[in-house]
Write a protein that binds this ligand. Structure first.
Ligand code: MN
Length: 134
């Protein structure tokens, strides 16, 4: 079981992501306001952060940078979820410090596969490379 912080302002997506992760045995904590996400992450100590990019008040890109600059959180993997699927956006998301990117509306299989891969990278023997997504 992993602790996963979900930063998402859309209530339907919050429910979908939380239900999906709970069904896979994870403890998901939602944050719907990006302004509170960093404090929630510090307090929760997640194994993975999943963040929407289009958030009110604080963009997901800014949040990713804040997490990467945080002494306690900088090694926590981040998966971005966004409706904008342009390649330039993916580059900006990865440049900000996210390891993975899933476009909305999500494919459940891809969402779960990315979550497992990111958690595997953090928890598996580092001498054994994680399988590459295809
Ligand atoms: Mn949003």
């Amino acid at each position: 079981m992993a602790k996963i912080l979900i930063v998402e302002d859309n209530a339907l997506n919050v429910k979908l992501f939380c239900d999906l992760l709970a069904a896979h045995g994870h403890e998901a904590r939602p944050v719907t306001d990006g302004r509170f996400a960093l404090d929630q992450a510090r307090e929760f100590g997640p194994d993975l952060v999943i963040t929407d990019i289009q958030l009110p008040h604080v963009t997901g890109l800014d949040l990713i940078r804040l997490i990467r600059d945080d002494e306690k959180l900088k090694h926590v993997p981040i998966m971005a979820v966004t409706a904008y699927a342009a390649a330039a956006d993916e580059e900006r998301i990865r440049a900000a410090g996210a390891q993975a990117y899933v476009s909305k509306p999500i494919s459940v299989a891809k969402f779960v596969a990315q979550v497992n891969e990111l958690l595997g990278i953090e928890t598996a023997d580092r001498k054994t490379p994680a399988p590459q997504a295809t």
